[in-house]
Design a protein around this ligand. Structure first.
Ligand code: ADP
Length: 589
């Protein structure tokens, strides 16, 4: 009748972890749900990742383009600005106006030139033709606002332009130091004849090299850059202007960018550079200036990488959080589904555990009632069976009632000093008919002097649950050892069986409500999965604990640790353990 008799092997817990997981419906369902979330999320992440990389590519293009176009545009603007005085003043002052000199016509052109070209300090006009100011250099500047002769640098100008005119070029330039300042001079030379043998007049301009570098160009570049707008969220575009001596003109003397993306070179001439071949150089080619554009310390790939980094980090964090969420979701779902499954198993187990003893009680009671039994020994055995089955029913109902109390948080324990050996003996006696009936050998080793603080009813129930499990899960070697002693300062009751044992991975779980080790094909003893959950609750209620040691196929040992009663003499604790122990008692069926 008792399921303890069923043949169950210790390794009957499934072929492999993976195999079991795949068979587990709740795990499959949870995995399906997790995949249903994981795949769309992964697709979303993929597109997000793609859009970041697309954005990076287009940002790279924009940054490169901005740098290239700015360098190109600035170079053109600088060249346009530099050639303005040549176009608007030197060319506009025609040979008719200078030969002979017509100062009233020239004056407004010079005025306009000074107004529009701030880097020009002075205009000059010289003519070898005409009645007035012949062979005299006349200067026109912002201070005089009119022509004046007696120009200190006049002789230099006439001498040098005469020399340069021998090259027969109309555009002529040279550099000189005037009053200790580096100065550029450029002239438009007119010749007597088309053969250009003799210079007849010139119109010239003067530029202070230092003022050009210190004042004009920095302001010019600042004005131009005001309109340059880079993409939002990226470092601004920086521009460096470098003169022919490699001196940095803009950005306070040092290059704005340690890496430049683009560079444009242009000659420092105050006319259209395309005309350079028509100009009379001073013997060496004009200074080559450079415009560089860049984004500071970083190259474009570095900027893009730095911008991508937080986005990637964010995505990684999100992906991690998602994965964690999916993991917990799947775990919780699997757990919930398993609990639901366990609960449904529980209901069928309870029905079974109620029906079996009732059927037996009914059967034996009816037999006794009919009075057919002549043999009193037989009758006594039937009474014992009825009694044992009734106890089983009581234990089951107690477990159910206690469990609902525990769940509702209503289970209270009333502790009192109890002799553990006496309590254990009582429990063993009450179960004796079951031991006998199931042919179990129970060996005891009880230290009579251990008194613990115990709620007797709850402790009896815990011990009964352990003994009932020892019977249920010992199909072959029907031997149970029960010990009472003192270990590590606790009063201890130990139940040792030689049954199927518990695989290590379940040793914690068996104390969870409804949890039952699944056996192959659902064979094995019936149960509600509440017994050990109640044992653990009872032990916690006693400020003690329950320990399990087990070896699959060889048996299990459950040990209840109770707090010793505070009034116990200390001497007992140091007892060797032999004193007061009963001799080993063998109760055999
Ligand atoms: P039930 O016995 O009703 O299934 P329990 O909570 O008492 O529930 O036990 C939980 C599970 O622990 C059992 O299903 C069984 O697999 C395992 N178990 C408990 N005691 C033993 C034991 N002495 N030997 C082997 N397995 C045990």
């Amino acid at each position: 009748m008792n399921t303890a008799g069923s043949s169950e092997s210790a390794k009957g817990v499934g072929p492999s972890v993976v195999g079991r997981l795949v068979r587990d419906r709740s795990v499959r369902l949870a995995a399906g749900l997790a995949v249903a979330i994981a795949i769309p999320v992964a697709v979303l992440f993929y597109f997000q990742f793609r859009s970041i990389s697309d954005l990076s590519k287009s940002s790279t293009v924009v940054l490169k383009q901005l740098s290239r176009e700015t360098a190109e545009g600035l170079m053109r603007s600088v060249q346009d600005a530099l050639k303005q005085p040549y176009i608007t003043t030197l060319l506009r002052t025609t040979q008719q106006q200078t030969e002979p000199l017509n100062l009233t016509v020239i004056a407004p052109t010079f005025d306009l030139g000074l107004e529009q070209q701030p880097f020009v300090d002075r205009f000059y006009v010289w003519s070898d033709v005409g009645p007035t100011h012949r062979n005299e250099v006349l200067a026109y500047d912002r201070v005089s606002h009119g022509f004046r002769g007696d120009v200190s640098e006049g002789e230099l100008l006439v001498t040098r332009f005469h020399e340069l005119s021998k090259q027969k070029r109309a555009i002529t330039m040279f550099e000189a130091t005037i009053d200790g300042r580096r100065t550029y001079f450029q002239a438009q030379i007119r010749f007597m004849t088309p053969a250009r043998e003799q210079m007849s007049s010139f119109v010239a301009l003067r530029v202070d090299a230092e003022r050009l570098r210190r004042e004009y160009f920095p302001k010019f570049l600042a004005d131009k850059l005001k309109d340059v707008e880079g993409p939002i969220g990226f470092p601004p575009l920086l521009v460096t202007l470098i003169d022919g001596d490699k001196r940095v003109i803009s950005s306070g003397g040092k290059p704005a960018s340690s890496h430049f993306e683009n560079e444009r070179t242009f000659p420092l001439v105050f006319f259209d550079p395309e005309l350079i071949s028509f100009a009379a150089p001073e013997g060496h080619p004009p200074e080559q200036w450079r415009i560089q554009t860049g984004y500071g310390e970083q190259t474009i790939p570095q900027i893009i990488a730095a911008r991508e980094r937080p986005q990637h980090a964010m995505m990684a964090m999100l992906a991690g959080a998602m994965a964690l969420g999916i993991f917990f979701f799947a775990r919780t779902t699997a757990r919930e589904l398993r609990v639901a499954e366990l609960k449904s198993n529980f209901v069928s187990s309870v029905s079974h555990d109620l029906k079996t003893p009732l059927a037996l009680i009914q059967l034996f009671a009816e037999t006794l009632e009919l009075g057919r039994l002549k043999n009193t020994e037989r009758a006594n055995e039937y009474y014992r069976i009825i009694n044992g089955e009734a106890r089983k029913l009581t234990r089951l109902i107690n477990n159910l009632l206690d469990f609902s109390k525990i769940e509702a948080g209503l289970r209270r324990y009333k502790l009192e000093p109890v002799n553990l050996a006496a309590m254990t003996r009582g429990v063993l006696e009450s179960l004796q008919s079951q031991f006998q009936h199931n042919q179990f050998t129970v060996t005891t080793k009880l230290d009579e002097h251990v008194t613990a603080s115990i709620d007797p009813e709850a402790a009896v129930q815990a011990l009964e649950n352990l003994l009932s499990n020892a019977m249920k899960y010992s199909p072959e070697h029907r031997e149970i050892v029960v010990e009472v002693d003192r270990t590590d300062g606790y009063g201890v009751v130990r139940v040792r069986d030689r049954g199927i044992g518990i695989p290590p991975r379940f040793r914690r779980k068996i104390f969870n409500k409804f949890f039952r080790v699944q056996h192959d094909g659902g064979s094995g003893p019936h149960g509600t999965g509440l017994g050990l959950a109640i044992v653990e609750h009872v032990m916690r209620g006693h400020d003690g604990f329950v320990r399990v040691e087990s070896e699959p196929g060889r048996g299990s040992t459950f040990t209840l640790h109770f707090r010793l009663f505070a009034g116990e003499s200390h001497g007992d604790e140091t007892d060797t353990g032999d004193r007061g122990r009963t001799a080993d008692v063998a109760r055999t069926a």
